[in-house]
Unconditional design. Sequence first.
Length: 256
Amino acid sequence: MKKGILTYLLLLSAGLLQAALPGVKIEAGPYLQAVTETGFTVVWASDTDAVAWVEVAPDDGSDFYAAERPRYYHSEHGKRIIGRLHRVPVTGLEPGTRYRYRIFTQGILENGGNKGVIPGRIAASRVYKHEPYYATTLNPDKKTISFAVVNDIHGNDSLFRQLLGGVTEKNTDFVVLNGDMTSMIESERQLFDGYLRSASELFAANVPFCFVRGNHENRGAFFLPRFRLFSDADRAVLLYVPPRACIFRGAGLRRG
């Protein structure tokens, strides 16, 4: 009897301790980047340092947790990354296939390096009360595509929402953010408030976008760090749809 009471008290204490831990929140995202025939990358930001991963399931009508789903972590050179910006590549998928995905973010209470890491609470996207996020790999046999292009909004978030409010995965294959999305870039938050948070809420969790640098993206203290937010920033982006290819180039490579 005493042993049972002690076990109960230990479990209760562990539960109360876990509930008392500071939580982690999603600051912006998720949004899809670098979609290929066999994979995609999910990007999001948290309000505190965290470890992040993505779980993926086929869109086959099954319960998301009918089976154990593979996990994909934000890692570099085999080491899981602790930070606020999370970029998780999902690989080894089938071409032209729709997948469901969930994002997970576990806050880090203390990063002691070799001395150890103390993990905190986990924030995850829901699949019970809400639709999961979706991503569709590129289909090399697709004959037509539909895309939207927006540029020169200069941080006008309400205009951004007005222009792209009708974008869904049913009517749009991808979106091009074609430069001068802000007048300058002084901070990460300026990008979130200017359009990235709205992009995620409206379409970008399910519809990928390509980012093309305009001349105004060269201005501000956050000019170089902002490259971490986009997988396709300031490089030639090739979107292959037989028998044609659409090429978008960053300003540093000659915009076209």
